[in-house]
Design a protein around this ligand. Structure first.
Ligand code: NAP
Length: 485
């Protein structure tokens, strides 16, 4: 099929999938299906329900440009509010009913360049589509490190992205492993409840202040009624985020200013010299995600919280053993150890014409033209794909840009009566080379992080500013693609 009757299956009903579906439906594409393994819309915001879960990019920017809300309760909205927003937008734009829930796609196969994709679910159901949009995100597979003895633990354990709300933490001795963006949000929430919290840190973080209190009434009223204020606010936050990227891109100059700001703030918060020594990061400002919290560092200095920087060597029935030979006795372990973001982004097997496997193609690390298209895989688009994560911006902007790009590519296919669109091998190789060069000299290259694969190549992050990504994806350069019939 060509033109707006092209059939499209979108895998993933999070922000990316919903953005793509809205873009396609509002531009006349009628045959759009969204498939998700989860029971409904939400993606990461459905799975991450840990105490204190909130976006860490201000909501006026962490929201669709075409569906701005003037009713956000705080600077960074809590998870239930974001989930409600996404569901509301999906309903408003008529795509909520396109979702096929509880369906885990395990394989996508395309026999010929001009043919169609066949998607198979784990229960054997199949779907066919001219075009597949993979919108499963980079952060969908919780990761627990392979620490020996884990199966011997006598207590209860769970990952922060699959919080066990039935497990009462009040009065318990709890271990938290990991001190990334998720732990920094839930540790201050659970610390006052638990009897003892043993927090295991491998690396410290650079912090900047954020209280994230509910907006005062006068501010909510101002946002609601003062013409242009909402737009100005979004613009301001955009520029603020771009300034963070500026610091990351120039660690020797502007990055030092950021580090100074963070140092002043952290010193003011970390009164206990021992905790300060342990919590202090030992890498360049901006190399890992800069964290915003005014509550996390004070929580580390509570009587019932102990920060441990000794390496974990083993899990034993009674708890966590560290390299100094100590056993930290706990009855609950919470893994705040992030996601398998770099090894392979898809929870499914993707096979292109000639039996070409995307897993093989990416065995040396994922790469795609503009993070979206891969040679050898016609009419396959990835949203939030390789090198499109942002350290200093809102992923929603990227997802909107990608959705527009996909829509324009499909319109071009329609104009040419083509049944497949595929990026040229040389174009993708060259754009990947250029992209990697843009990391040179940036803070991202100065430490080990989840942005890099085992070889050290940065495979998750975009090397520049949001505005550059928007500019580079504004139009589809048809010379970069082969159109199949
Ligand atoms: P993360 O940032 O990858 O943090 C994982 C933590 O686990 C790190 O402290 C890591 O230490 C530690 N860790 C990993 N393996 C370990 C091991 N074997 N032993 C001890 N510690 C270990 O994961 P996350 O906190 O879930 O956040 C992931 C990303 O999700 C964020 O960067 C952000 O993009 C996103 N996120 C966003 C929000 C938001 O918008 N509010 C909230 C949460 C997460 P190292 O630093 O040494 O690797």
């Amino acid at each position: 099929m060509t033109g707006t009757s092209t059939s499209v299956v979108i895998v993933g009903a999070g922000f990316g999938g919903i953005a793509a579906a809205i873009e396609l439906r509002t531009n006349g594409f009628t045959d759009v299906t969204i498939i998700d393994a989860a029971p409904g819309i939400g993606g990461t915001w459905l799975h991450n329900t840990y105490p204190g879960a909130a976006c860490d990019v201000p909501s006026h920017l962490y929201s669709f440009s075409f569906a701005q809300r003037r009713t956000w309760s705080r600077l960074c909205s809590p998870q239930p509010e974001i989930l409600e927003y996404l569901r509301g937008v999906a309903r408003e734009y008529g795509v909520a009913d396109l979702v096929v829930p509880d369906t885990r796609i395990v394989s996508c196969v395309r026999e010929s360049a001009g043919g169609a994709w066949t998607l198979t679910a784990d229960d054997g159901r199949t779907f066919t589509a001219d075009v597949v949009v993979v919108a499963t995100g980079q952060l969908n597979r919780p990761s627990v490190p392979p620490i020996p003895g884990r199966e011997s633990f006598a207590g209860h354990e769970f990952h922060s992205a699959r919080w066990d709300h039935d497990h009462e933490l009040r009065g318990r001795r709890v271990a938290v492993v990991g001190t990334g963006a998720s732990a920094v949000q839930f540790v201050p929430e659970i610390a006052p409840e638990v009897e003892h919290l043993a927090l295991f840190q491998r690396s410290g973080n650079w912090f900047l202040p954020r209280r994230n209190r509910p907006f005062p009434r006068w501010w909510k009223a101002a946002i609601r009624y003062v013409p242009g204020l909402q737009r100005w606010r979004r613009r301001f936050i955009t520029e603020y985020c771009e300034a963070l990227t500026l610091m990351i891109r120039h660690p020797g100059t502007l990055g030092r200013a950021g580090r100074l700001l963070s140092t002043v703030f952290m010193r003011s918060q970390l009164r206990d010299p021992e905790v300060r020594r342990k919590a202090w990061p030992d890498y360049t400002f901006g190399c890992k995600r800069i964290l915003f919290s005014s509550w996390y560092l004070p929580a580390l200095q509570r009587e019932n919280v102990e920060l441990t920087t000794e390496k974990i060597t083993e899990i034993v029935p009674e708890g966590v053993r560290t390299a100094d030979g100590r056993t930290h006795e706990v009855d609950t372990i919470i893994w705040g150890t992030g996601f398998a973001a770099t090894d392979f982004m898809f929870p499914m097997e993707i096979t292109g014409p000639g039996g070409r496997s995307l897993a093989d193609e990416w065995s040396a690390g994922p790469h795609a033209h503009l993070g979206m298209t891969v040679p050898g895989f016609p009419s396959l688009f990835v949203l939030y794909g390789p090198n499109t994560n942002t350290s200093g911006g809102s992923i929603i902007l990227y997802l909107e840009a990608q959705s527009r790009y996909v829509r324009k590519a499909l319109q071009e296919m329609g104009r040419r009566a083509a049944t497949g669109i595929e990026v040229r091998t040389d174009v993708e190789a060259e754009s990947d080379r250029e992209l990697q060069e843009r990391f040179a000299g940036t803070a991202w290259t100065r430490c080990d992080s989840w942005y890099r694969d085992e070889t050290g190549r940065i495979v998750t992050n975009w090397p520049g500013y949001m505005r550059q990504y928007l500019a580079e994806t504004a139009d589809v350069d048809t010379a970069e693609y082969v159109f199949h019939r």
